[in-house]
Design a protein around this ligand. Sequence first.
Ligand SMILES: Nc1ncnc2c1ncn2[C@@H]1O[C@H](COP(=O)(O)OP(=O)(O)OP(=O)(O)O)[C@@H](O)[C@H]1O
Ligand SMILES: [Mg+2]
Length: 197
Amino acid sequence: MSTPEPDLSSKLRQSLRAQRRALSLHEQRQHSEALCQRLVRTRHYRNSRHIACYLANDGEIDPMPLIEHAWLMNKTVYLPVLSPLQNKLYFAPYYENSSMRLNRFNIPEPDCAPSQWKTARQLDLLLLPLVAFDAQGNRMGMGGGFYDRSLAYLRHRQYWHKPYLLGLAHELQKVEKLEVQSWDIPLNGIVTERQCY
Ligand SMILES: Nc1ncnc2c1ncn2[C@@H]1O[C@H](COP(=O)(O)OP(=O)(O)OP(=O)(O)O)[C@@H](O)[C@H]1O
Ligand SMILES: [Mg+2]
């Protein structure tokens, strides 16, 4: 009798999500501070005015110190919003006093008019959460394909295109090699609490 092939990538996704959720509050805070200190020194951050980020969820490394730094530097920070009509992300400006609403995945989004949303290509820098990455810049997300769909236009780029894509992660999310699908959009780099790739 044949047993179904175990889905290796969904096992990997589950295991890495559990590992990042298991980090203590202290470790989470240390990683977040170290990551943000490294990130603010990068040329890509310093040269960017329009920066999209995310609010940490499910043990993701927390970019909040970076968001606060960006506000101080008068950069515009954006958070992803799920378009209700397409399965794609837009990016809404996020300020200290933004009112928020929950999307269909219970993730908070800035509550502002769609006319204020930007598309990915209008951003200078996009900081993405991830579940796993490898040193070649391949990324595994939560499995929804939302970032991949929203960035699909980059697959056919002939020359440089915005935004610069940086994945943010705990070092423990690094794997030897990720299996890549045709729709996966690779990152320009990854920053962890320990180093830049
Ligand atoms: N450009 C695209 N067009 C249509 N469907 C897509 C596209 N990109 C991804 N998808 C769909 O999304 C599904 C999930 O993709 P994948 O497993 O790569 O998600 P992910 O990279 O983990 O998630 P995310 O991009 O949200 O972080 C795939 O099964 C694929 O069918
Ligand atoms: Mg993908």
